[in-house]
Design a binder for this molecule. Structure first.
Ligand code: ATP
Ligand code: MG
Length: 256
């Protein structure tokens, strides 16, 4: 069996005459957690959006589980196989936590209500959202709880891969860890994930590989210890110095 669940080949994206993604190539193995870091405007979100077919690349191929999805037109079907967790949770505000999770199971997967219910509850419990929270609306939940509901919604669909775009960057510092905890558990349980994040502790602990992006390309990639602690190029060294500085400030203010 092919061990690569995702192959990205020679991917290019332009907006007008501006090159946003430049010849991106990488593969993700089943069960792998890949972390992407890099400065603002590097193209990280655009890359994830291409994989999810929210954005059409101009050149190149994306192959999901042997299927060349960049050639497919049934975008909704493909998208139902890919989880996406956004910075701003993107829950439906008029639906309760459990209804947010149920929606895709009933409308997209067409599961009978009882089966959908069983899966929704299981997914919510797996991210630590217990029964007393299921009937609450997003506005009645903390940011960390909302993001865990969003992760449960992705998990419940039984996706081939989950893409995370800075899932903790809109959260108060004390809520970050509960979301990272859930993601770490997911990774350890064998979920395949691509995570755009600047949470260096998470990247060191959980990532199998880290890719540093700048100017629309992958500048360096490798094991987290190498990329985050021992980078080679000047550009990434400067970036990592700043990241570690901010990271240590952040942590030291938390440890009282
Ligand atoms: N729809 C669009 N139309 C035109 N330009 C866009 C569009 N979306 C993104 N861009 C440009 O593409 C480049 C990459 O943007 P992208 O959002 O992918 O970066 P990023 O690495 O996710 O940055 P950040 O860390 O700030 O989220 C930026 O220069 C951005 O202005
Ligand atoms: Mg982004």
């Amino acid at each position: 069996m092919e061990s690569n669940i995702l192959v990205v080949e020679n991917l290019w994206k332009f907006y007008g005459r501006e090159v946003i993604l430049k010849n991106i190539n990488f593969t993700v193995k089943r069960g792998e957690t890949k972390v992407i870091i890099g400065p603002s405007g590097a193209g990280k979100s655009t890359l994830l959006r291409c994989i999810n077919l929210l954005v059409r690349p101009d050149r190149g191929r994306i192959i999901l589980d042997g299927d060349v999805i960049t050639e497919r037109r049934d975008v909704h079907n493909i998208r139902s196989q890919i989880g996406f967790v956004f910075q701003h949770f993107n829950l439906f505000n008029h639906l309760t936590a459990i209804d947010n999770v149920l929606l895709g199971l009933i409308k997209v997967k067409k599961l009978p209500r009882e089966e959908a219910m069983r899966r929704a509850k299981e997914a919510l419990l797996s991210v630590g959202i217990t029964e007393e929270l299921w009937r609450k609306y997003p506005a009645q939940l903390s940011g960390g709880q909302q993001q865990r509901v969003a992760i449960a919604r992705a998990i419940a669909m039984d996706p081939k891969i989950i893409l995370f775009d800075e899932p903790t960057s809109a959260l108060d510092p004390e809520l970050i860890w509960e979301v990272l905890n859930v993601m770490e558990k997911l990774s350890r349980n064998g979920m395949t994930m691509i995570v755009v994040t600047h949470e260096l502790g998470f990247a060191i602990k959980v990532a199998h590989e880290v890719m540093f992006m700048d100017g629309g390309t992958i500048i360096e990639r490798g094991p987290p210890n190498q990329i985050l602690l021992n980078p080679k190029g000047e550009r990434i060294k400067r970036f990592m110095d700043r990241m570690w500085y901010l990271y240590s400030l952040n942590r030291s203010s938390k440890v009282a």
